[in-house]
Design a protein around this ligand. Structure first.
Ligand code: UDP
Ligand code: MG
Length: 153
C-alpha cells in the first residue's frame, strides 16, 4: 500500500475542524498510520515549500502555517497518494469542487485546510521530513477485509 503525508493546517486546528477532516479519511477507508501535533518553523517550511520560496506570498504562507500547531498524518491505502489528493481538491478553495475537503470547508487560496503530498516520490520525502520510522505504525484495521476485494491489496 502507498503512504502519503497530510498536514492539518492551522486553518483546521484554529477553526476546530480537526475531527471533521480526520473523519473524512477514516470514513473513506484510509488507514491513519501515524499522527502527531507539532509546531512548524521557518526552517522546516523553507524545506517543505522550497518550490514556493521565491513567490511573493511565501512570507504570508509561512505566517499562516505557523499561526498554531499543525497535525501531521501518515495516511495509508492502495493508491493513497492520488486518492488523498483527489479528496483534497484544488489549491484555491473557492474553485475546489464541492465534496472535496477544501471545497467543503474553506474559502481561501492560502488557508486551505490541508496539505497533501502530490506524488509517490514526494510522499516518501515528505513523510521522512516529519516522521521517524518508529512513529509510523503497521497495524491492521478490523475492517480491512470489507475495505478491499480479494487481491486488491
Ligand atoms: N499558496 C498561496 N498562494 C498561492 C498558491 C499557493 O498561499 O497563490 C499556498 C496554499 O496554502 C497552498 C500552498 O501554498 O496549499 C502550497 O502550494 P501548492 O502549489 O503546492 O498547492 P497544493 O499542493 O497545496 O494544492
Ligand atoms: Mg503542493
Amino acid at each position: 500500500m502507498e503512504q502519503t503525508l497530510v498536514i492539518l493546517k492551522p486553518s483546521t486546528v484554529i477553526r476546530g475542524l480537526m475531527g471533521e477532516v480526520i473523519n473524512r479519511f477514516e470514513k473513506k477507508g484510509l488507514i491513519i498510520a501515524g499522527m502527531k501535533m507539532i509546531q512548524l518553523t521557518d526552517d522546516i517550511l523553507a524545506e517543505h515549500y522550497f518550490h514556493l520560496v521565491d513567490r511573493p506570498f511565501f512570507p504570508s504562507l509561512k505566517r499562516s502555517m505557523m499561526a498554531s500547531p499543525v497535525v501531521v498524518m501518515c495516511v495509508r491505502g492502495v493508491e493513497a497518494v492520488s486518492v488523498v489528493r483527489a479528496m483534497t481538491g484544488a489549491t484555491n478553495s473557492r474553485v475546489a469542487a464541492p465534496g472535496t475537503i477544501r471545497g467543503d470547508y474553506s474559502m481561501s487560496g492560502q488557508q486551505n485546510i490541508v496539505h497533501a503530498s502530490d506524488s509517490v516520490e514526494n510522499a516518501e520525502i515528505e513523510l521522512k521530513r516529519f516522521f521517524r520510522d518508529d512513529e509510523i505504525f503497521d497495524y491492521k484495521p478490523a475492517t480491512i477485509d470489507a475495505l478491499y476485494g480479494e487481491g486488491e491489496c
